[in-house]
Design a protein around this ligand. Sequence first.
Ligand SMILES: [Zn+2]
Length: 521
Amino acid sequence: MAYLALYRKHRPKNFDEIVGQRAVVTALQNQVKYGQIGHAYLFCGTRGTGKTSTAKVFARAVNCLHPVNGNPCNECELCREAESGFNVIEIDAASNNGVDNIRDLREEVQYTPSQGRYKVYIIDEVHMLSTAAFNALLKTLEEPPEHAIFILATTDPQKVLPTIVSRCQRYDFRRITAEEITMQLRRVAQAESIQADDAALAYIAAIADGGMRDALSILDQCHAYYIDRTITLADVEEVLGAVDDRIFTKMTDALIRQDVAALLDGVAEVFDTGRDALQFVTGWNGYLRNLLVMKVLGTRQAGSALSVPADSMERLADQAGQTGRNQIAGWIEQLARLEMQLKTASSRRILIEVAVIRLGSGTYEEEFIPAKPAAKPAVRSVMQPSVTKPLPAQIQPTQVQPTKPKSSGSDRQASGNTEVQKFVDAWPRLQDELLRRSPNLMALKYSQMKAGDGPAELILTANMPVYYNQIEAHKEEIASFILEKTGTPYMLRVMKSDQPSGMSWGKEDFTRHIHGDVNFK
Ligand SMILES: [Zn+2]
């Protein structure tokens, strides 16, 4: 029997089952209920928020012979035929973006349905259409046949022609909260008899970053690995890391050899095996950070900074011996930039392919020029002992100042900020307490608290964009917890540690990344 992915199997069957989009769903359901159906809809929102699922439910509901409270019955002839593409036509604009595709569509639209009232055209990733195709589509939207309903879905509404947008009823799908994702994961796990503890599910929800599909895919992966026992938080971390260990090693080998063909092969493997593209790039960058730490600190010191198994250490040491520090830093910068682009992009594969071609042919160097150390604002870093030791002379970074630069800023902080520093020192203990109270803040584990510039300012730096989004979304909760514990209304700022800046790496950058580097197994 063919295995059906969890996110397909648990696609919402009616409006009530759509998670986290109450406002959109109520509006659409009412339209069906009161027979006020439009001809053109625009569904906007990031990936995995339920645009396509909602479109499919709506498409069945408008033709259903026995709708119940605006919901499709899923049993009548027309509901069942909708599943096989009858009266519901799905078009992926990412691969059918030419004017000819839309001309074919316009022709098709003229035919009335043989059964049922409507034909529903779902055009996914509509922003990918060429200008000519947009104009052709506009003509249809200006005078749609009575029986046609268009649902245009996009992750990037800015790129949709304003004349198209103005013809549509627009619905914005919000990111699904970690709590809502956790609840849905719990429901699916129960339905599938998958045992998983709360922390594991909360962590999956945090990693999924507002997208239900990603969350269910991760649960699927974990279940495949631990099919006969309860999935724990450590298991999830293990799966997210271990699954990709081999591919990261292979990709990094190819980078070192500057072998573009092997890099493209690797990208093909990632997509062919259905891995999540963003997760892959984030993971690979984590791997490269470890490689950089290995390069800078050497095997002995890196051992205490990286918690990776012995065979991984050996591979890292081997690879570190074959490449340069600035080269690795350059790759990391480029991949961090790629990570951000992927967050909003739909043509992910092309973006990744272009990026690896540039990395593998050395063309990134034009952009990544290791400049002289810029005058950076003094950062009060909470250094770990292993890092404050001087680096061995032979691997002393050439562009790194061996001692921490003194500035008036750091002097001022050293004298006036002791209360804040006391708080920062106490933070690990407080953080544990907060995590026990709110497991959904698991992203905090991958962040560092430090003193800011102001007298009562705190800076919480997230190691990866996914964690940043999580922490930012819960900033108020964290701030009120801190207020409750200290009685001081600290100003809390949340920052990303992966800001692409094109600067060369200073010692503090290494420190930052070493801090952030415990996630890889
Ligand atoms: Zn029906």
